[in-house]
Design a protein around this ligand. Structure first.
Ligand SMILES: Cc1ncc(C[n+]2csc(CCOP(=O)(O)OP(=O)(O)O)c2C)c(N)n1
Length: 367
C-alpha cells in the first residue's frame, strides 16, 4: 500500500510537476488529486499517444520530466510517439510513465487484461524502458532513483502500479457532468425493445458493454446480437463500419464520449463511407464513468454540426426521457449513416458482471 501523497512527494522532489494521461480505475485515487490541479499542471488527453506527446512538448519547453499516466491497455496507443520521437535513439526525451497494471502476474482479471498484463513488463524491456513495480512505500526509493537517472541519461522510465495499491484519505467527489437525470440503462432498455431480431450492436468499452449484457439477461430482451468491445477503447465505430460495409444487417454502434474522442478521426471515415444500415449512438455523460467519473472534453461540442460536416446523413438528440421512444424509432428508421446523441447522467447498475466467454460471444454474433 502506498499513499498518493507519498508518491506525489517523490515526484515533486524530482521536479516532476506536470501530469498528462488517460484515466484508469487502478490510478483512480491519483485522479482525485489531479482534478484539483489547473490545466498547466494536469491534462486529461484524448488518448495515450496524445498524453505522451503532451509530455514531450512540456519537456521541450521546461526541461522538466513530465509524468504520463495510463492503463497498460493504452500502452499500444502510447508506443508510437514513445519509439518514434522520445526514444533514446531518436530525440532522447525523458518521460516518466506511470502505468496502471491490469492483469498483473497472479491477479485474476478479464481476458483482455490478462493478455496485456502478462506482456507489459516485456514490452517495456523491448522499448528499452527501465521500470520499477510500486507495491510498498519503500519502493518509492527505486522510483526516486529511476527519475534521477532519467534526468541524466535522457531516457524514458516507468513505474507499474497494481490494483488496490494506491490509497488516499481524500474523499471522492464525483459530481454529475451533465444536467440529465436519464441513465444509460434506461436508454439501453428502450433500444433493446425497439431493435429488430436481425440487428447487430457493437458496444464500447466499460459500463456500456457490461450494462448491455446485463440488461439483456435481467429483462430478457434478446432481439439482435452484441459484440462487446471489452478492450480497444475508441475502436467500436470502425469495427461497426467494417461490419456494416459487408452485411445488409442494421448495425448499431453504441459509443461513449471518452471513447469517441479517443479516435475522433474515425467519425469522418464513418460519415464518408458508411452505408444506410449504419447507426451510431453516442451516450454522452461528459465523463469516463467506467474508471471513476473523470471528465472528458465532450461538453460544448456541437455533435450536430460535427456529424453533419463529417458526412452523416441525419442527427438526432435525446435530452429528455419523454422523447426517448419517439427519437429511437425515428433514428432506427432513418437512412444512415446517422448519429444519435443521448445526454445521460452518470449512474450505473449494481453488481455488473463482465463479458468473459468471448469466443462464444463472437460466434453468436457471426451466426
Ligand atoms: C486504450 C485504453 N485506454 C484506457 C482504458 C481504460 N478505460 C476503460 S473504459 C474508460 C472510459 C470510457 O469512457 P466513455 O467512453 O465516456 O464511457 P463511460 O465510461 O462514461 O461509459 C477508460 C478510460 C482502456 N480500456 N483502453
Amino acid at each position: 500500500m502506498i499513499f498518493v501523497k507519498e508518491l506525489l512527494a517523490t515526484l515533486k522532489k524530482n521536479k516532476v510537476n506536470f501530469y498528462a494521461g488517460v484515466p484508469d480505475s487502478v490510478l483512480k485515487n491519483l485522479s482525485i488529486y489531479f482534478n484539483k490541479l489547473g490545466k498547466n499542471k494536469h491534462i486529461i488527453a484524448a488518448n495515450e499517444g496524445s498524453a505522451v506527446s503532451l509530455g514531450i512538448g512540456h519537456y521541450l519547453a521546461t526541461k522538466k520530466i513530465p509524468c504520463v499516466y495510463l492503463q497498460n491497455s493504452g500502452l499500444g496507443n502510447a508506443i508510437n510517439p514513445i519509439i518514434s520521437i522520445a526514444h533514446k535513439k531518436v530525440y532522447s526525451i525523458p518521460l516518466l510513465l506511470m502505468i496502471g497494471w491490469r492483469g498483473s502476474y497472479g491477479q485474476k482479471d478479464e481476458p483482455q487484461h490478462e493478455a496485456k498484463g502478462k506482456i507489459t513488463p516485456s514490452l517495456l524491456k523491448l522499448l528499452g524502458i527501465k521500470y520499477c513495480v510500486l507495491q510498498k512505500k519503500k519502493d518509492l526509493t527505486k522510483l526516486n532513483k529511476l527519475i534521477k537517472g532519467a534526468y541524466k541519461t535522457k531516457k524514458i522510465v516507468a513505474c507499474l502500479i497494481e490494483r488496490n495499491i494506491l490509497k488516499t484519505d481524500l474523499k471522492e467527489n464525483i459530481s454529475k457532468k451533465t444536467k440529465s437525470s436519464f441513465l444509460r440503462k434506461d436508454f439501453i432498455t428502450e433500444l433493446l425493445k425497439q431493435i429488430s431480431v436481425n440487428s447487430k450492436i457493437i458496444s464500447t468499452t466499460g459500463y456500456t458493454s457490461r450494462e448491455l449484457m446485463q440488461i439483456r439477461k435481467e429483462k430478457k430482451l434478446f432481439k439482435g446480437q452484441d459484440f462487446y468491445m471489452v478492450g480497444g477503447m475508441g475502436h467500436a465505430s470502425m469495427v461497426s463500419l467494417g461490419f456494416s460495409m459487408n452485411s445488409k444487417k442494421q448495425t448499431i454502434c453504441l459509443d461513449g464520449d471518452g471513447s469517441i474522442l479517443m479516435h475522433l478521426g474515425s467519425l469522418r471515415t464513418l460519415g464518408y463511407l458508411g452505408n444506410s444500415n449504419l447507426k451510431h449512438i453516442l451516450l454522452n455523460n461528459n465523463s469516463h464513468e467506467s474508471v471513476g467519473g473523470q471528465p472528458t472534453t465532450a461538453k460544448g461540442i456541437d455533435f450536430k454540426k460535427l456529424s453533419k460536416t463529417f458526412g452523416y446523413k441525419k442527427y438526432y438528440k435525446i435530452l429528455k426521457r419523454e422523447n426517448v421512444k419517439r427519437e429511437i424509432k425515428n433514428f432506427l428508421k432513418s437512412e444512415g449513416p446517422s448519429f444519435l446523441e443521448v445526454i445521460i447522467s452518470t449512474g450505473t447498475l449494481k453488481n455488473l458482471s463482465r463479458p468473459n466467454n468471448l469466443i462464444k460471444i463472437k460466434k453468436k454474433f457471426m451466426e
